[in-house]
Design a protein around this ligand. Structure first.
Ligand SMILES: Nc1ncnc2c1ncn2[C@@H]1O[C@H](COP(=O)(O)OP(=O)(O)OP(=O)(O)O)[C@@H](O)[C@H]1O
Ligand SMILES: [Mg+2]
Length: 292
């Protein structure tokens, strides 16, 4: 938690007040931290909203650190976090759970296996809903009641009325504009505090590369930081697809560059993933300009 010592006293106090004293079997679901906020406000606002029992929506491009941000919130609050990964196949069962046959002695019984929403509500933990705009529009309204002040849902499979235990909190992530996503339903969006997640840049990105990648050569790291800035700019100008600027891909390139020439590392980790030859050539030219 050392890197969060720059948080204002009042915010650290909020965390202390709301930190979970867990004792239990869910300890494995408390995630590692490690998110480096481009501005402290991002963390301050997320911590404030969650402490007040509000839902947080992290909005940002792929590889900008949204999942790491959510994991860091779990870590700061010492709160286990259940996960929902949305896709077009997401249905009520993957949210709430499902019925299955089991044996009690030789007697057959119907058992209910709780899903992530049921689990998080009953245990009063965090719930991370990833790529929330990948779900079919008709699926998520099921949990509208979970997301508003009622914090209540009737499990459609058991008819049980579930009210969330204290400590329950929702963090969701969306990548707006990504292919396959649908604009988030207004009623749903309305239930969140929205936090825009920009890419980490400059000195902070340099430190992240030093800490999180295998690359240790500082002059090379500096060039990768410049490359990242150039890629972000090219994406903003519409010259490259958004995933070209992913910090995930950049860290992969840095890892490889600890062993192989940077230009090849950039081909494998960044350029070759792009769909159009024109885009690939553009990234390779950037790599040549910087790394020779
Ligand atoms: N600000 C940051 N602080 C710490 N790590 C970061 C940051 N930005 C990116 N990363 C690193 O980049 C990688 C991708 O981050 P993460 O998976 O959180 O992105 P994401 O926004 O969830 O992407 P996606 O939309 O594809 O799921 C991880 O290895 C993560 O640690
Ligand atoms: Mg993610």
């Amino acid at each position: 938690m050392t890197q969060y010592t720059q948080l204002p006293e009042a915010i650290r106090h909020l965390i202390k007040e709301n930190r979970r004293n867990h004792n239990h079997e869910l300890g494995d679901l408390i995630r590692d931290g490690g998110y480096v906020p481009p501005h402290m406000d991002l963390l301050i606002d997320a911590i404030t909203a969650l402490s007040m029992g509000k839902n947080v929506l992290l909005k940002g491009p792929t590889g900008s650190g949204k999942t790491r941000f959510a994991e860091t919130l779990s870590n700061l609050f010492n709160q286990p976090m259940f996960n929902v990964n949305c896709s077009v196949d997401l249905d009520a069962e993957s949210l709430m759970g499902f019925k299955t046959l089991d044996y009690e002695g030789d007697r057959q019984i119907i058992e209910f296996v709780p899903g992530p929403v049921t689990n998080a509500m009953k245990h009063g933990t965090f719930l991370y809903i990833d790529e929330i705009n990948m779900a079919k529009p008709e699926t998520l309204p099921l949990i509208n009641g979970v997301l508003d002040y009622r914090r209540t849902i009737t499990n459609p499979f058991t008819e049980e009325i579930i009210t969330a235990k204290d400590g329950f909190g929702v963090v969701a992530a969306i990548n707006e504009g990504y292919i396959g996503t649908v604009p988030l339903n207004e009623a749903l969006k309305n239930r969140f505090i929205v936090i825009d997640i920009p890419y980490l840049q400059g000195e902070q990105l340099k430190r992240l590369i030093q800490d999180d990648s295998r690359l240790q050569d500082n002059p090379t790291i500096d060039l990768f930081v410049r490359l990242s800035g150039d890629l972000i700019q090219a994406v903003a100008q519409g010259k490259l697809a958004e995933d070209a600027a992913s910090i995930r891909a950049l860290l992969d390139a840095c890892d490889l560059a600890a062993m192989i020439p940077p230009k090849r590392a950039i081909c494998r980790a960044i350029a070759d993933k792009l769909d159009e030859d024109r885009e690939k050539a553009f990234v390779i030219t950037m790599a040549e300009t910087l790394f020779g």
